[in-house]
Write a protein of this length. Structure first.
Length: 147
């Protein structure tokens, strides 16, 4: 169990995705201390090319105002990839909290260079979930990261 309740919610989403037969990455969007969107990687479940956890989360949050995004925090169990980092930049999300970046690291330096406060928690639960998944599903993992 992680100490941060929002990261825990993202981890719960990741576990839901795994239980559905998908890739265990989860995300939540928080505005003013409340979760307004939840999502998990649903590429396998939906046959989608783009439904990474962060994209699913933003989609599930629905239409928000620019002001909402500018005071939000995006939580993800794994370092966001180029696509998901781009969405955070597009909507000017000022803070991204990442559960772990040992198993995959997105364009973190670039995201920081654009003014985003990127925080890496290195949560043991997030690391364990992805390490086990990658070891058991290398082909699916490589597909997800484009290798």
């Amino acid at each position: 169990m992680t100490a941060d309740p929002f990261l825990q919610a993202a981890l719960d989403e990741a576990r839901t995705g795994l239980a559905e037969g998908g890739i265990p990455i989860g995300s939540v969007l928080v505005v003013d201390g409340e979760i307004v969107g939840r999502g998990h990687n649903r590429r396998v479940q939906s046959g989608s090319a783009v439904l990474h956890a962060e994209m699913d989360c933003l989609e599930n949050a629905g239409r928000l105002t620019a002001a909402d995004y500018r005071r939000s925090t995006l939580y993800s169990t794994l370092s966001p990839c180029d696509m998901c980092s781009g969405a955070a930049l597009l909507y000017e999300i000022p803070r991204v909290v990442v559960g772990e970046n040992r198993t995959f690291q997105g364009p973190e330096d670039y995201v920081r260079s654009r003014g985003v406060r990127l925080e890496i928690i290195d949560d043991p639960g997030c690391v364990q979930l992805m390490t086990e998944f990658i070891a058991n599903n290398p082909e699916l993992w490589n597909e997800d990261i484009g290798e």
